[in-house]
Design a protein around this ligand. Structure first.
Ligand code: 5RP
Length: 215
């Protein structure tokens, strides 16, 4: 299947985020309230996005590490479709969050940052968690970390385990070529859409590139 396009809203105030939403909501498949926006403006952001985009997949990027049930209730009661849990979270936290997600026909996405193993990934799949986000953090990117063959090999191995992968971390339309052999569920872009003079045109550029590379 052709990868979807997800915008990550990482603004520090609601007004700025909503200006971007207004411009791009018909140009992306998935709208994410990024960690930065959720922390800055709270869970009300999800309610507002749900009202503005009633039919869209909405991601609440809380990167939960503990209190899976309580935080998942916040996210899914507010209208999220997916909520993120960091890979370092104990399986117990993921399972508590998943129970709430299941009750809302939603899903949990595991954020792959730092240390994790394929044994961990197999345990998530066994527990019924289907999605993960392969993430080059913005701080890692800023310190010069690129995408390596080792990243691509890990992505392929995760796909072989049955994990549906979204890919993020400074992705641009030009960089999508790197992932052309990867079976990605979605590409998540923040600054490469929001921080351009014409966010809708930038989103369209992503979509055209996706259509060109994944026929
Ligand atoms: C940071 C995130 C970002 O929302 C995501 O990686 C997209 O950001 P950008 O495309 O601007 O790098 O989850 O933790």
């Amino acid at each position: 299947m052709r990868p979807l396009l997800q915008i990550a809203l990482d603004q520090t105030d609601l007004i700025s985020a909503l200006k971007v939403v207004d411009k791009i909501k018909d140009h992306v498949d998935i709208v994410e309230a990024g960690t930065i926006l959720c922390v800055s403006e709270g869970i009300r952001v999800i309610r507002i996005l749900r009202a503005l985009c009633p039919k869209k997949i909405i991601v609440c990027d809380l990167k939960v590490a503990d209190a899976g049930e309580v935080l998942a209730r916040q996210a899914f009661d507010a209208g999220a479709t997916f909520m993120t849990v960091v890979c370092a979270a104990p399986l117990a936290t993921m399972l508590k969050a998943k129970e709430v997600a299941d009750a809302h026909q939603g899903e949990i996405q595991v954020e792959l940052f730092g240390n994790w193993t394929f044994e961990d990934a197999a345990s998530w799949v066994k527990a019924g968690i289907r999605q993960a986000i392969y993430h080059r953090g913005r701080d890692a990117q800023a310190s010069g970390q690129g995408w390596s063959q080792a990243d691509l090999d890990k992505m392929k191995k995760l796909s072989d385990l049955g994990v549906e992968l979204s890919i993020t971390g400074g992705v641009t339309p030009d960089s999508l070529e790197t992932f052309r052999d990867i079976n990605a569920k979605a590409f998540i872009a923040g600054r490469a859409i929001s921080d351009t003079p014409d966010p809708a045109a930038s989103a369209d550029e992503f979509r055209q590139q996706i259509a060109r590379l994944w026929k």
